[in-house]
Design a binder for this molecule. Structure first.
Ligand code: GLC
Length: 849
């Protein structure tokens, strides 16, 4: 086999890889391709297709490349491979001779810059080569294989099936090496590693769900494959009911497919899993930077009413000094569950209530479900009928289904026009002072048994395509949250809105935060929340949380306490409980527990600058806030499968207690130096340790070399500006981090009104140096102090200088409170504290030991 341009239209000869001579190149290519074809042909003869109805793509012929794309056809199917970036290939299989209209609800980026692609081929194969990967296409039967540029196989179609159809169903089978593992797939209630499981993607109101219940509310058809430390990703962009079989049907293959639509997927190559996630979130969009109040502590129950109860809850937070930023109003605030209305008996003057709450630092978030009560005297219903905004039955009548308000009509969010209308409906709530919107029941959930939703043939306009519910179902919740966010942005253009949704699809992070629906107050649910939220993070969703304490049942004091300890490290942090359950506020379990719960929330508030920076990273890079260890340690098998610990941002490792009556736990610390957050004891990983974890203490570790920005305690995020801004330094050689800040509320940061600086710490010989670079951006915080807290210093320094000038030594750390500048040594905790005014410019501090 050799590469001949003439025989194959405009397919040119493949250029030599730079690391080989011309002769070596041809020989290597010949051998590799030959081996590839032999293996596939042999397997094709030996193996039987596992499902008899599937018709696999057979012989395809290639057309000449066009731009960065190339199409293959057998007269009935068209396969188009498009190179979007050197590590990103789109594979689109359509029914027919040419592609139909191309549309994605998920994809946010379509304008990829030109990238260099080499095409080559011969009689039986084609090669598409970028600077990072090589796609080898076998024409007969049609199979794809992805290689890295060193010629190592990344992933390939299963030999005996490849891509197949069965009526409207489409499916792709891939070979599954014995040591490959899978992560992502959004909100699933089982292990972190998806190998050996099957999953269905069909947004479902899954009240009462438990371990392994599938499907749940949200569906994100994206996963990361990880083998021997190297990662790739596949995003199957198909909104129909789909499924992933990660090695159940056959131990050598995994597969993904759907009940309709196109076999349309994107293949990403790392090998770093962070790069895969970065590219995936570049394609489908990232979680925008939230307002600071949105990442504080939130309190919810089904439901706080009437007004006096809401005031009572708010007063308790402030009187008991338990920080809190938001209170939630569940369905009982409405008039007969009519969305966008108030029950005027329970809430006679909502504007006044919300204004009073705002005075004491509370934001209020109201629930808004999609079902609009069928009531000719109700304006939202009237407008929906007049504007033709509701989902239809196949006979053209408005679809009516039962939800909380009784018979209801459902806005057709697949229409741009309807989403725009929906956005306007928030005007009243916002003018009453509501800050955020909670979109629930948007699977869409309907009280139908057993489907829990509309029939599959209900009709959605889909902007003129008139698509069936079967196609729109999985994006209904995401489109609803899009309409909500856009509406809030129109009504309050310079405020970052909080929208929280129960349902979403790939890319939904652009519009809303999510929570994991109606979990239960059990230890098992507490444990499940970790791999569940980690996998959501690995699927692009950064702002996610589970109902702290559990929604169904109601937590015991011990469970609530442990749950809040880890919940304080959820990216999104909210307590919620179901109707009729006992009180589930941080103070509901007596003084001793209240004290522990207060401290759990306080820790989150002290870490706010660090958390806010993690969100800034998520918005920039797509990296989640709650991170599976595999993101940092893909080559460490002990880290890769960790279900019960996670990284919170870059530098904190959280290993919560997930069992009743346990006051110790085993923790795996990956390679490198780790500090126990509570004791400063240093460990050298990789190591397994057992640590004490009495009820009041969550095992928490800080990476050696970390510089953790923290702040003074506040009772709500906007209570006072950050002062002092403290950098907690955990020495390990040289280290540095970016520090980001802005006003925490508006979009001014998009116009450069932000602060970005680099903080570095270096230990060498007898000196410890801290530097801050000159900040970029025009955000100017109000006058404040900077504090440096250098951990693990055995002796009091001889001298401390800032900008070359000696700084006063104070007798005790407490004396720093009153001092403008000074340093002190805490000999109990072996910490050096330095305080100095924040001049807003580059600075150096030097500690002589
Ligand atoms: C659903 C939601 C839950 C909410 C309840 C009432 O069950 O998942 O969070 O409290 O509806 O609105």
């Amino acid at each position: 086999m050799h590469a001949v341009a003439e025989a194959h239209g405009s397919w040119p000869t493949i250029p030599a890889p730079t690391f080989l001579t011309m002769r070596g190149k041809i020989t290597l290519m010949k051998k590799t391709l030959l081996l590839f074809v032999q293996v596939i042909c042999l397997a094709f003869v030996v193996a039987q297709p596992v499902a008899a109805d599937w018709k696999s793509l057979g012989n395809m012929s290639a057309t000449p490349p066009s731009g960065n794309a190339v199409a293959f056809s057998d007269g009935q199917n068209t396969v188009t491979l498009s190179v979007l970036a050197p590590d990103l290939i789109r594979v689109r299989v359509t029914n027919g001779k040419s592609n139909g209209p191309d549309y994605s609800y998920a994809v946010a980026k379509t304008d990829w810059p030109a990238t260099k692609v080499e095409f080559a081929g011969d009689k039986g194969s084609r090669i598409i080569r970028t600077s990072e990967i090589e796609v080898r296409v076998q024409l007969s039967p049609f199979r794809l294989a992805f290689y890295d540029r060193e010629g190592r196989l990344i992933s390939r179609d299963a030999a005996n099936l490849g891509v197949a159809r069965d009526g409207d169903r489409v499916r792709s089978w891939k070979s599954m090496p014995a040591d490959e593992h899978y992560f992502g797939l959004g909100e699933k209630s089982d292990t972190l590693d998806k190998r050996g499981h099957t999953y269905v993607m069909w947004n479902t109101d899954a009240y009462g769900w438990g371990a392994n219940t599938d499907p749940l509310y949200q569906d994100i058809p994206f996963f990361i494959g990880l083998r021997q430390g190297k990662a790739y990703g596949i995003f199957f962009d198909n909104t129909y009911r789909s499924s992933f079989d990660m090695g159940v049907e056959s131990p050598d293959m995994y597969s993904f497919g759907a009940e309709g639509g196109e076999l349309n997927y994107y293949f990403f190559y790392g090998p770093d899993p962070k790069k895969v996630l970065g590219r995936y979130t570049e394609l489908v969009g990232r979680s925008p930077l939230p307002a600071r109040w949105a990442i504080g502590y939130h309190q919810c129950r089904y439901s706080y009413y009437p007004e006096s109860t809401v005031r009572f809850i708010a007063d308790n937070f402030r009187q008991r000094h338990i920080p809190c930023d938001a209170l939630f109003l569940d369905i009982h605030y409405m008039d007969g569950y009519r969305v966008f209305t108030w029950d005027k008996t329970r809430f006679p003057d909502p504007a006044r209530l919300l204004s009073d709450l705002s005075q004491s630092g509370f934001h209020v978030v109201t629930i808004v479900d999609p079902g609009i009560k069928v009531d000719p005297n109700y304006s939202a219903y009237q407008e929906g009928v007049a504007g033709d905004y509701f989902v239809k039955k196949p006979d053209g009548k408005i679809y009516v289904g039962k939800v909380w308000p009784g018979e209801s009509a459902f806005p057709d969010f697949s229409s741009d026009k309807v989403r725009a209308w929906w956005g306007t409906l928030y005007k009243g709530l916002l003018s009453d002072g509501v800050s955020g919107i909670w979109n629930d029941m948007n699977e869409p959930s309907v009280f139908e048994v057993p489907s829990k939703t509309m029939d599959l043939d209900e009709v959605f306009s889909d902007n003129g395509l008139n698509s069936p519910h079967a196609k729109i179902h999985n994006v209904y919740g995401m489109l609803m949250s899009e309409g909500t966010r856009d509406g809030l942005l129109k009504l309050r253009p310079n405020e970052r809105p909080l929208v929280i949704t129960r349902d979403t699809y790939a890319g939904g992070q652009r519009y809303a935060a999510v929570w994991t629906g109606d979990n239960s107050s059990t230890w098992e649910h507490l444990a499940i929340s970790l791999p569940e939220i980690m996998n959501m993070g690995l699927s692009g969703i950064a702002l996610a949380g589970a109902d702290i304490g559990g929604f169904a049942i109601g937590a015991t004091p011990e469970l609530y306490t442990r749950w809040l300890e880890v919940g304080a490290f959820y990216p999104y942090c909210r307590t919620h409980t179901a109707y009729g359950n006992p009180n589930q506020e941080p103070w509901s379990y007596g003084n001793k527990i209240e004290e522990i719960n207060r401290r759990s929330i306080e820790l989150r508030y002290r870490l706010l600058p660090y958390l806010y920076n993690a969100y800034h990273d998520a918005a920039q890079t797509g990296l989640p806030v709650m991170r599976a260890l595999l993101l940092d340690y893909p080559d460490d098998p002990a880290a890769v499968g960790q279900d019960s610990e996670f990284l919170f941002g870059d530098d904190l490792l959280v290993a919560p207690v997930l069992l009743s009556n346990h006051t110790q736990r085993e923790v795996y610390l990956p390679r490198g130096v780790w500090y126990d957050f509570w004791t400063d004891r240093r460990y050298s990983g990789p190591t397994n340790i057992t640590v004490d974890a009495p009820l009041e203490r969550i095992p928490l570790f800080v990476r050696g070399g970390a510089i953790v920005p923290t702040q003074q305690l506040v009772q709500y995020t906007s209570e006072a500006p950050i002062n002092p801004l403290t950098f907690e330094i955990y020495p390990d050689g040289s280290s540095s981090r970016e520090y980001y800040e802005d006003d925490g509320l508006s979009f001014e940061y998009q116009r450069g009104v932000s602060l970005d600086e680099r903080v570095s710490a270096t230990e060498s010989g007898g000196q410890f140096n801290i530097t801050i670079s000159s900040p970029t951006g025009t955000y100017k915080p109000s006058a404040r102090s900077l504090m440096f807290k250098v951990h693990s210093q055995r002796n009091s320094p001889h001298n401390v200088e800032i900008g070359g000038k000696r700084v006063n030594a104070l007798r005790a750390v407490a004396d720093l409170d009153q001092a403008v500048e000074g340093w002190a040594y805490d000999e109990i905790n072996n910490t050096v504290w330095i305080k100095t005014p924040d001049q807003g410019m580059a600075m150096t501090a030097q500690i002589e030991k």
